[in-house]
Design a protein around this ligand. Structure first.
Ligand SMILES: Cc1cc2nc3c(=O)[nH]c(=O)nc-3n(C[C@H](O)[C@H](O)[C@H](O)COP(=O)(O)OP(=O)(O)OC[C@H]3O[C@@H](n4cnc5c(N)ncnc54)[C@H](O)[C@@H]3O)c2cc1C
Length: 611
């Protein structure tokens, strides 16, 4: 069945040896087309390096139906486990699912067709126009025009609609019947078109000008979660990436955090940060699942978020998040199924609480090492970049003495707060932009300290009773039972003070952490109080790089990307949730690929925003 569906499309000839192939499917359900294309990619020795499948759907597709399809054909069966682990929380909006080590990407877009098409920012190579079982009541000239805006000259479109008005709309919008498709049409009852408008195509889906046709060389400054995830995302697409850090080993900055939380942000109005954090957590969990050892480097334990009055606002009743949440509470969906973000109200504890199933603790340094080991990535330590110079069409990265450290076609500044200095040094080489001045002026550091100790040093009986088996967060956080070289340990954090002020002493910051622990997990605070009082608590501290609106800066440093210098920084307190998303966004924009987010949400991360 799959071959009969795909053969007439001539995919294997069309995508042979291409760096990337982008497919847009206007109707995901029931998923057979996606599974068939994925399988065709797997078995094709000349497959494109990266396959994107962007599928629209009015509702979250049913996993069980999809698995039944996969299991009904032996060659599709191996795809099922990867689907199951990522099939959760498919609320209205875009969801990026990654397969085959990130070389096959499914972007499921849930919602109303026209809005979803308008929120795309790529040109498809192949399109399936499937109006759906009801015959496409949502299809009209406007949806067809929106589809044309997602097409480049030569885009192949397979029309599954028998309605004559669909054909008329396609012709009007610049699609012409494909001669080769006539025989195929007789076999499959699909009509084949090519986007070949008689007029000059004016529109551009990308706000950043031309995509880069062939991957080249890139230098990334900074080997924290931001830099290493960018390097891995680019290397997956065929780039040769050199990652430079002033320290002799990776994860020397805030990403040296011994353990951190990957957990969605929740807000009353489901603000941009909340939506970005869900997209980011999804991608980070997938990276952890693929590259780390569960129980040792990370664990998807779930997280309990205490919603203390005045500190955390519960989701607003009409937000998508709240709707999913009410389905959970009413029993329509179940947190145990792991198919939702799984937030349940837990009354009776003195506070309200949210349970996040899709949440984990994670040791970022382990993940950074794994990213830097990817083929195509090279780490270069003890290399403090003090300047950048353009010479013969390439960027030269120089140390403080003007010695050459590296040379590359493109550069990404992922060195957190220190990026400011390099941007200032680059100033004469970049066209002025008020957004850049504004963002750089607002970038600031927030110092933070974690308090931690070994479980073996607490009374065994008390220890068992007082620490939750999962992280608890809210105003502050506690993560217990984390394996370390010194044995299982607990971590309480984290203070948050501007680095412009003289730093409080470690003892003051321990006291602050204990005070917050008393609010979110009083029984743990009671057991640890004596240890805090006696000073028998360890500290780990560093500085977060924070932006004006608490969202990362991802994008070129000049309006049209003439210079080829990008920024990926300002991860604030959520680098573990936002770094992979930021890296995927950057790499997608470079390659003219579908974005992992709605275009409007992606714009909220633009490095020059607000100018
Ligand atoms: C106490 C504390 C607790 C936290 N808890 C969490 C948490 O639970 N969850 C979460 O998601 N986030 C947490 N964070 C935030 C998280 O650590 C950061 O968001 C993240 O690590 C930032 O990563 P980065 O790569 O942008 O920056 P960094 O990790 O700081 O990396 C920047 C790198 O650039 C290098 N560098 C700087 N200048 C140069 C130069 N000129 N040349 C070469 N190299 C250079 C540095 O050596 C460094 O390695 C916490 C942070 C702190 C401080």
């Amino acid at each position: 069945m799959a071959d009969a569906l795909l053969a007439p499309l001539g995919l294997s000839q069309a995508w042979a040896d291409q760096p990337v192939w982008r497919i847009l499917d206007t109707r995901f359900d029931p998923g057979l087309r996606f599974l068939s294309v994925w399988q065709a990619w797997r078995s094709d020795p000349q497959r494109p390096r990266v396959l994107h499948y962007v599928a629209l759907t009015p509702h979250a597709p049913d996993l069980q139906a999809l698995l039944a399809l996969a299991n009904s054909e032996p060659h599709l069966e191996p795809l099922a486990p990867d689907l199951t682990s990522q099939w959760f929380g498919l609320m209205p909006g875009f969801h990026r699912l990654m397969f085959e080590g990130g070389q096959v990407m499914l972007t499921l877009c849930v919602g109303e067709t026209l809005g979803l098409l308008r929120d795309q920012q790529f040109h498809a190579d192949s399109i399936f126009l499937d109006p759906g079982p009801e015959g496409g009541s949502c299809w009209n000239i406007w949806t067809t025009k929106a589809l044309a805006r997602c097409s480049r000259r030569g885009t192949h479109l397979a029309n599954l609609s028998p309605a004559p008005e669909r054909r008329a709309d396609l012709l009007q919008c610049g699609f012409v019947p494909n001669a080769d498709g006539t025989i195929a049409a007789a076999i499959t009852r699909l009509e084949h078109f090519e986007y070949q408008p008689r007029w000059v195509i004016q529109h551009s889906r990308s706000r950043l000008g031309q995509a880069i046709a062939e991957p080249g060389t890139c230098a990334v400054v900074g080997a924290g979660v931001a830099g290493a995830s960018v390097a891995a995302a680019l290397a997956r697409r065929g780039w040769q990436v050199q990652v430079l850090d002033q320290a002799d080993a990776p994860a020397a900055g805030a990403s040296g955090l011994p353990v951190g939380l990957v957990v969605p942000h929740v807000s009353g109005d489901d603000c941009a940060l909340s939506r970005l954090s869900r997209a980011g957590v999804r991608l980070m969990l997938h990276q952890a699942r693929t590259l780390l050892q569960a129980g040792l480097d990370w664990d998807q334990t779930g997280t309990l978020e205490r919603c203390l009055e005045g500190i955390t606002t519960l989701p607003h009743a009409d937000s998508a998040y709240a709707q999913e949440w009410s389905r959970l509470v009413s029993g329509e969906s179940s947190p145990q199924s792991h198919q939702s973000w799984a937030d349940v109200l837990q009354p009776g504890t003195g506070h309200q609480a949210l349970w996040h199933t899709q949440a984990a603790w994670l040791k970022p340094a382990q993940l950074i090492k794994a990213w830097l080991r990817q083929p195509g990535v090279r780490f270069q330590g003890s290399s403090q970049v003090a300047g950048l110079r353009l010479a013969a069409g390439q960027w030269e990265l120089l140390d403080a003495q003007g010695q050459l450290l590296a040379r590359a076609q493109r550069v990404v500044l992922a060195n957190a707060i220190e990026a400011r200095r390099l941007v200032a040094q680059l100033h004469p080489q970049l066209a002025p932009h008020p957004g850049r001045e504004r963002q750089m002026a607002a970038l600031h550091g927030m110092h933070g300290q974690l308090s931690w100790g070994r479980h073996v040093d607490t009374d065994a009986k008390e220890d068992k009773a007082s620490f939750a088996p999962y992280p608890v967060n809210g105003a502050g956080s506690v993560v217990a039972h984390v394996p370390t070289d010194l044995g299982p340990a607990w971590f309480v954090g984290a203070s948050y003070t501007p680095d412009r002020q003289p730093p409080p002493s470690p003892a003051q910051l321990h006291a602050y952490n204990l005070q917050r622990l008393q609010r979110i997990q009083p029984q743990t605070a009671r057991v640890l109080a004596a240890r805090f009082d006696s000073g028998a608590v360890n500290a780990w501290s560093n500085t977060r790089c924070v932006t004006l609106d608490r969202l990362p800066l991802v994008g070129p440093l000049d309006a049209d990307d003439h210079a080829g210098v990008w920024m990926c920084a300002g991860m604030g307190s959520r680098g573990l949730s936002l770094s992979v998303l930021s890296a995927e966004l950057l790499a997608a924009q470079w390659g003219g690929e579908p974005l992992p987010l709605e275009a409007t949400l992606a714009a909220s991360l633009h490095a020059l925003r607000g100018g």
